[in-house]
Design a protein around this ligand. Structure first.
Ligand code: ADP
Ligand code: ZN
Length: 705
């Protein structure tokens, strides 16, 4: 925070208004956080150059939230506050452009116009017969803005900024709620006007969205607004459509919009014109005139945590914001994050359950295929191939899930054992066939497919392992004449391609879907009756303590795509490790069984949610320097009796794009203790600034690699 002087000729800015201020050699945009009559600064204060907003842009509750978040995530306040503004408003542009200019006749004005001013007469005539009209419409009719300003100069017409008022219509639900849904809606409704967090824990296809819709309808009926956070709108375009089908006043907020449209949605919520906002992570910062409920759909999803810069969790901030505003917040999922589940088990969250699917189909049957000693066809066991054939012959669709894009995860020389490696990351290249190349999935380096081994010059190179392209190729040749639809980041970079593929799936002809986790996210594929997981093992054996949780969520979510309509589903999981207790728990007792086991592990290992965790990362062109930097940074908190530090050590992915990556884990029995230690660390850190090493702090890290 910086102090400035307010020159007498400027209006007094409100708290939350943007101002323009001199800063160093340039001018930047600042946000007014308070007005006082004294300062602790020694040097004479510089004057504010301009007050941009007459009305404060950021509401008091958002400023409170950002102060809290900057403190909790140990992030500079200025940067956090800017994150709360849409890009369009961040650089000082005025709100005016968000409103349309309209023109109307000034009643009672005389209309003396020279008979030669045809355009002016015609424009006046149009406004007289059609009433107020948007400037864009008039321009479209051939009336240049100049014509209207001339008329305005004569006192005949005037312009005004439209408020784009949209009336709220709520379409009644065509569905009769199940008993469990009704109970959930009633419980949420009963907590209107006070803070109450809910875990809406419902198996896939149990109708969680209908619960949000009806709870929101009741909130809107009281005149309040609603916010729905969703993981990635671009992956599931249906989500917004379902809200738009029910309510007339819905805006979307995500990175696929233009800056202007984002700003319009933002302004709509701030002024109360927009009643429902459906948005991704950063929507959590949108100010509302009268927010009455927050729903976080697929709350376990990693995209709610920002992975770089300002490392906030939109899910956790949703709880904070609901608390500040004294409103209910609903966290919905089939596979709760262990933190959320623990909150429900310890009574901090109300646990609502939807155990029944709404459709008549029973939950899918799970089975394991033991791959040991089997000969496979491009990663596919004979049993899995036979199962796919059976489901296709029955006229259904099958989905094969493989969490790797590309053709094969490495290119191995069968002569000397060397695999082709990205020199910048020291990680194996992924083989791609479309187009043929080697690609590093960590730094995006691409090189042509080599003919010979770089070490021994022999032409004995062979792709090892399986990615979606390889599975697609294998399936295509095994099932001639059957449509194979591959969905991964490579085939859906373009939104239209994804939509086309989803349409193809929805046509319902027998088809085989091959894809990555993109397929697991919230899609509704009524004709899919078989889900095959090609390899469940890698995710359970990772350096990241959260990997088993994420793997189990992924398997359960992808399994949930099977049998969502009337047709019953089957899930087949291939594994080399059929006795893995985590996998067994998941198969035999479902995600809840797995979660109970994994929470026990976490308790024993004193990992989150049983302790608070932060990760400090440093990277530079020399590993030693990065490790030394962490050592220095950690010095002031090393002696804390209640703080445990693991590291500094090289990160599991020790090098990326020519940078050495190092990290240390900081653990504390309570958040409060962790926060105190981190503040101490940050305060001392300003002394340890380095030009060559970049470091960052991640509170409640999601990704440990
Ligand atoms: P979830 O989000 O829990 O996976 P959805 O909300 O997508 O489930 O609901 C799955 C399907 O069930 C949707 O097509 C939805 O319209 C339908 N559905 C939801 N509630 C009911 C109900 N009470 N009766 C009949 N169908 C329902
Ligand atoms: Zn690389």
């Amino acid at each position: 925070m910086f102090d400035y002087r307010l020159p007498e000729d400027l209006p007094i800015p409100g708290v939350g208004a943007r101002v323009r201020v001199p800063f160093g050699r340039t001018e930047i945009i600042g946000i007014c956080l308070g007005i006082g009559s004294s300062t602790e600064t020694e040097a004479p204060l510089k004057p504010i150059s301009a007050v941009i907003d007459a009305d404060p842009l950021l509401t008091g509750d958002i400023i409170e939230l950002m102060l809290w978040a900057a403190d909790y995530y140990q992030h500079p306040l200025g940067d956090a506050l800017l994150a709360a503004l849409p890009g369009y408003l961040r650089d000082g542009r005025s709100l005016d452009a968000l409103y349309e200019t309209w023109w109307r006749i000034i009643p009672g004005a005389s209309d003396e116009i020279s008979s030669r001013a045809h355009a002016q007469r015609a424009a006046l005539e149009h406004l007289r017969t059609h009433g107020a009209t948007a400037q864009t419409t008039l321009t479209g009719l051939g009336f240049a803005p100049r014509v209207l300003t001339t008329l305005a100069g004569k006192g005949l017409v005037e312009s005004f900024q439209s408020r784009l008022e949209s009336d709220l219509t709520v379409h009644p639900s065509p569905l009769e709620l199940t008993a469990e849904q009704r109970e959930a809606v009633t419980a949420i409704h009963a907590s209107q006007g006070r803070f109450r967090p809910f875990l809406l824990h419902g198996v896939t296809g149990s109708g969680k969205t209908e619960v949000y819709l009806q709870a929101i309808a009741r909130t809107l009926a009281r005149g309040a607004q609603a916010m729905v956070l969703v993981p990635e709108i671009s992956l599931t375009p249906q989500t917004v459509a379902r809200f738009e089908a029910r309510f007339s006043s819905v805006a979307a907020y995500h990175s696929g919009l233009t800056e202007l449209d984002r700003a319009k949605a933002w302004e709509g919520c701030r002024t109360g014109r927009t009643r429902v906002l459906v948005g991704t992570r950063s929507a959590i910062f949108v100010p509302f005139a009268n927010l009455g409920i927050i729903a976080v759909d697929e709350e376990h999803d990693g995209s709610f945590k920002q992975q770089d810069g300002f490392h906030y969790s939109a899910r956790d901030l949703a709880a904070k914001r609901a608390q500040d505003l004294a409103i209910p917040v609903v966290f919905g999922t089939a596979t709760p994050a262990l933190e959320t589940l623990y909150n429900a088990q310890s009574g901090r969250y109300t646990h609502l359950r939807l155990t029944q699917r709404t459709a008549s189909a029973p939950p899918p049957r799970f089975s394991l295929i033991d791959l040991r000693g089997q000969s496979l066809t491009d990663g596919l066991s004979n049993q899995l191939i036979a199962a796919v054939r059976g489901h296709i012959q029955a006229g259904n669709q099958a989905l094969l899930f493989i969490n790797r894009r590309g053709y094969a995860p490495s290119l191995l020389c069968t002569r000397c054992g060397t695999s082709a490696t990205c020199a910048r990351c020291e990680m194996p290249f992924t083989v791609h066939q479309q187009p043929p190349s080697l690609r590093c999935h960590h730094c995006n380096t691409r090189t042509p497919l080599p003919k010979q081994c770089s070490e021994c010059d022999h032409d004995a190179l062979r792709p090892v392992g399986f990615g979606t392209q390889r599975t697609e190729a294998a399936i295509t040749s095994l099932f001639e004449g059957i449509k194979v639809i591959r969905i991964d980041r490579d085939t859906t970079r373009n939104q239209a391609h994804l939509v086309a593929k989803l349409d193809l799936i929805h046509q319902g002809e027998p088809a085989i879907l091959v894809g990555t986790q993109m397929l697991a996210k919230g899609h509704h594929f009524p004709c899919v009756t078989l889900v095959g997981v090609l390899n469940a093992d890698a995710g359970f054996a990772s350096a990241d303590f959260r990997a088993p949780e994420h793997t189990a969520q992924l398997i359960e979510q992808v399994a949930g795509r099977a049998g969502r309509a009337e047709r019953p589903g089957q899930v087949i999981i291939q594994t080399y490790n059929p006795d893995n207790p985590m996998l067994r728990a998941l198969i035999e007792r479902g995600y809840d069984g797995f979660a109970a086991l994994e929470l026990d592990h976490r308790r024993t290992a004193e990992l989150p949610p049983f302790r608070a965790m932060a990760l400090i990362r440093a990277e530079g062109s020399e590993q030693r320097a990065a490790l030394d930097c962490l050592d220095t940074l950690l010095q002031p908190i090393k002696q804390h009796a209640n703080i445990e530090i693991w590291g500094p050590v090289p990160a599991p992915m020790a090098r990326r794009a020519d940078r050495y990556r190092t990290q240390a884990v900081i653990l504390a029995p309570q958040r409060r203790v962790l926060a105190t230690a981190l503040t101490q660390l940050i305060d001392a850190a300003h002394a340890a600034r380095s030009r060559t090493v970049r470091w960052s702090l991640d509170v409640d890290p999601y990704d440990m690699v």
